[in-house]
Design a protein around this ligand. Structure first.
Ligand code: BG6
Length: 458
């Protein structure tokens, strides 16, 4: 069968500043944490020398061209642009991002720019990070500076990438700095992130720029083990906490009432100001980026909650390991292709069918050198992964979902936070010693698919 996509469909990939640039300037929480606890990072590899995009941006953009990208998302590093988060702008950073943006446009690759991809300037973390409303204001200023500097040539902006991840990693599950486990503080961080997002949207609207502004959310459809009301309720709470805590404010301009009621009943609500509601209502977006990697399967709890234990989302559900689920064993994530369709249908039916696109989807695999044939990684598994997700995406579009594109994570193997270079995601293999870039089979497959705006599959 031939799967053809609408005209002007966005084909591309995503990356982020800290994971690719290398040549660190402006300290982030990652630099600080790595200097103190290198053992937290796979093989002790930190963020200093990531995939050298800072030096090789021009030839890397040539490679994007070879992959027939018509669009590409990366982020601006707040700490590179404004090293202390709030003060002087670094002119070298302005030059660098100008060059990258201009070259992308020159090559007819539309730049999609994220303002915050997990990389908090350390100076901002030192005053409390997202727990401090002053950081919300500093972020709004940073966003405004980016719009003023680059807004004439960047027409697709994203305030945050996966804002729930720093909440989970930094304040619930101990996989990002500052390694706190405290739900109320996590809720405050999440709430202030939404306020920061809304302030950036407000600034963008006030500037009357020509483009559009959105956010990138990692949506994990929550599937109950069964239709038993207890399992269904467990899935509903997981959905409220991990998806709707950001989805509802950015698309509906308000929080789900049952999420607010639930947190209130456990005394976990962040401190709110009366004017916040108006601000959040102004944070409604033009375009939603959807990162989809895995579903969330849950069941009702098998055991009673220990009332002395820290309050956690898991007070309301247990994870459910569905027998026979397909796994990516390297990352430990389930692969469930219909999830991409379920997300789109949910947006169509419950959120007014917003303009959206798949902003990340991907498969991290360990030790890909074992698949080298004639000097090239033959990653047939990745081609299958992509084509099966695309088939479900295609079904969604044919049923009226407003999905405008598909970006893969990622173009060149890059540094994956605490997993460093353990799992490789790229269309292009990176030799860490020589920095040599070699297109994988999946890169060739993607280039052909983008060129034809279609692919064939049985
Ligand atoms: C997304 C992020 O969560 O998934 C990326 O936007 C990340 O920054 C990617 O690298 C893959 O996940 P991981 O944890 O394997 O790097």
């Amino acid at each position: 069968m031939k799967y053809a996509f609408p005209d002007n469909f966005w084909w591309g990939s995503a990356s982020s500043a800290l994971q690719t640039e290398g040549t660190r300037e402006g300290e982030t929480t990652w630099d600080y944490w790595f200097a103190r606890e290198p053992n937290r990072f796979h093989n002790g590899v930190g963020p200093q020398h990531t995939s050298t995009f800072y030096q090789h941006w021009k030839t890397d953009i040539q490679l994007l061209k070879q992959l027939n990208h018509n669009s590409f998302r990366t982020s601006i590093s707040w700490a590179r642009l404004i090293p202390d988060g709030i003060g002087e702008v670094n002119p070298d950073a302005v030059d660098f991002y100008n060059q990258v943006i201009d070259e992308l446009n020159e090559q007819d690759i539309t730049p999609f720019i994220t303002l915050f991809h997990f990389d908090m300037p350390m100076a901002m973390q030192e005053i409390g990070g997202w727990e401090n409303r002053d950081v919300v204001d500093a972020y709004a200023r940073y966003a405004q500076i980016c719009f003023e500097l680059f807004g004439d040539r960047v027409l697709h902006w994203f305030t945050f990438n996966e804002p729930i991840v720093p909440v989970e990693g930094g304040y619930l599950y101990d996989f990002h700095y500052p390694n706190v486990v405290d739900f109320r503080r996590a809720a405050t961080v999440a709430y202030h992130t939404v306020l920061a997002h809304a302030k950036a949207v407000q600034a963008y609207r006030a500037g009357h720029y020509a483009g559009e502004i959105g956010i990138v959310l990692n949506l994990t459809p929550s599937y109950p083990r069964s239709q038993n009301p207890a399992d269904v309720k467990a899935a509903h709470v997981a959905d409220l906490m991990f998806n709707r805590s950001f989805l509802d404010p950015v698309l509906r301009g308000e929080y789900p009432a049952d999420l607010v009621a639930l947190l209130k009943s456990y005394d976990q609500l962040p401190a709110c100001k009366p004017e916040d509601g108006f601000l959040i209502a102004e944070g409604k977006i033009d375009l939603l980026g959807i990162n989809y990697y895995q579903p969330r399967r849950v069941k009702c709890r098998d055991s009673a909650v220990n009332p002395q234990a820290p309050f956690m989302p898991e007070w309301f559900f247990d994870s459910y390991e569905m027998p026979g689920r397909k796994m990516n064993p390297y990352r430990g994530w389930e692969i469930y292709e219909p999830g991409i369709y379920d997300i789109l249908v949910n947006l169509r039916d419950n959120y007014g069918n917003p303009r959206c696109f798949i902003s990340e989807n991907g498969m991290g695999v360990e030790n890909e050198q074992r698949f080298i044939e004639n000097g090239q990684i033959n990653d047939q598994y990745r081609i299958e992964f992509i084509s099966e997700h695309l088939a479900w995406l295609h079904k969604g579009i044919s049923e009226g979902c407003n999905c405008l594109g598909y970006h893969m994570w990622t173009f060149i193997d890059n540094w994956s936070w605490c997993n460093a270079y353990k799992n490789r995601y790229g269309f292009i293999q990176l030799d860490l010693k020589t920095q040599k870039r070699t297109i994988k089979k999946s890169g060739e497959w993607f280039a052909a698919t983008a060129l034809n705006n279609s692919f064939e599959k049985e």
